[in-house]
Ligand binder design. Structure first.
Ligand code: NDP
Length: 289
């Protein structure tokens, strides 16, 4: 029940009306009997929104497209990892001080580490945008051998330089052997779900393939990876875990991941056939967080 003690959380972004985060966070608040609500806040002017967070005493906010990088320089403090990534997806309001964190990298690393030890594994990182950046820094922390491939070669080069790794053209992607492939591009996302970022021939039995696109959950890349005998991880895993990590920062307790997954599956319009099987889902959702 909402009363005078109810604490306020939210997500700032634009657009944000299709975000899954209110479902994720309000579901946890309800189950954990925490007197709090989480709202989608469509923001036009970031600086004013940050002043509003302080003035109204919101306890915490998630940050999504297009503010993850811009917000970085406007906060009172950032933690060490988001300082390296230069991107923030989580803010804590600590007595009027706004402190930034990044849980995207953590969500992705947890999803991968459930299946594979990342140390010294040869990882093909597809993409050089915001998510690729967060995942790249996570992989670097885990001492993986990263190679970046991106459509725009100049962005691949810039990210590889920051990560202290190499980048390669598509022809080399096809020639080389990989332990892990992570798709951090938006290729394969609805309505372009017939597309895959790499040729099927690159996918080999036993490889771990993670796609962070979650709409649909069973992307063409993941379908082909399954056909080739790869271990697959869908975009809902990172989504659920980055949200769980945000909650841990805000409320100091780790919520039940299984229940978060079920909420997200339902929101995406599908109920899982079995708890471990991710079905194809396609909802009207614009961004992950
Ligand atoms: P960005 O806009 O920052 O980056 C997009 C990336 O995709 C760039 O590398 C871009 O390449 C590449 N790309 C886009 N279109 C094409 C194309 N047609 N062909 C080849 N490459 C292409 O986006 P984000 O990093 O924020 O998000 C990427 C995806 O990840 C989205 O689908 C988003 O929904 C999803 N996501 C999932 C999360 C989760 O928790 N599961 C969390 C965050 C995002 P180029 O540099 O050449 O433009």
């Amino acid at each position: 029940m909402i009363d005078a003690q109810t604490e306020l959380y939210g997500i700032i972004g634009n657009p944000v009306r299709h975000s899954l985060s209110p479902i994720l966070h309000n579901g946890v608040f309800r189950r954990m009997e925490i007197n709090a609500v989480y709202l989608a806040l469509e923001v036009k002017h970031l600086k004013e929104a940050l002043s509003g967070i302080k003035a109204l005493g919101l306890r915490g906010v998630s940050v999504t497209i297009p503010f993850k990088t811009e917000v970085f320089s406007l906060l009172d403090e950032v933690d060490e990892v988001s300082g390296k990534i230069k991107s923030v997806n989580t803010i804590v309001n600590k007595e009027g001080n706004l402190i930034g964190y990044n849980t995207d990298w953590q969500g992705a690393m947890e999803a991968l580490e459930e299946k594979v030890n990342l140390k010294e594994k040869k990882v093909l990182l597809l993409g050089a945008g915001g998510s690729a950046r967060a995942i790249g820094f996570g992989l670097k922390e885990k001492m993986s051998q990263i190679i970046v491939y991106n459509r725009s070669q100049n962005r691949a080069e810039a990210l590889a330089k920051e990560l202290g790794c190499n980048h390669c053209p598509l022809s080399s992607v096809e020639e080389m052997e990989w332990d892990i492939i992570v798709n951090a591009t938006s290729v394969g996302m609805y309505p372009h779900d017939a597309e895959s970022p790499i040729p099927k021939e690159v996918l080999k039995k036993g490889m771990v393939v993670m796609d962070i696109v979650y709409q649909p959950l069973r992307t063409r890349l993941l379908q082909e990876a399954e056909e080739q005998g790869c271990v697959t991880i869908d975009g809902l895993e990172m989504l659920a875990r980055q949200g769980a990590a945000q909650l841990e920062i805000w409320i100091g307790r780790r919520p039940d991941l299984k229940e978060i997954r079920e909420d997200l599956w339902r929101a995406l319009g599908r109920v899982p056939l079995t708890p471990s099987l991710s079905p194809a889902g396609r909802g009207e959702v614009a961004d992950a967080s």
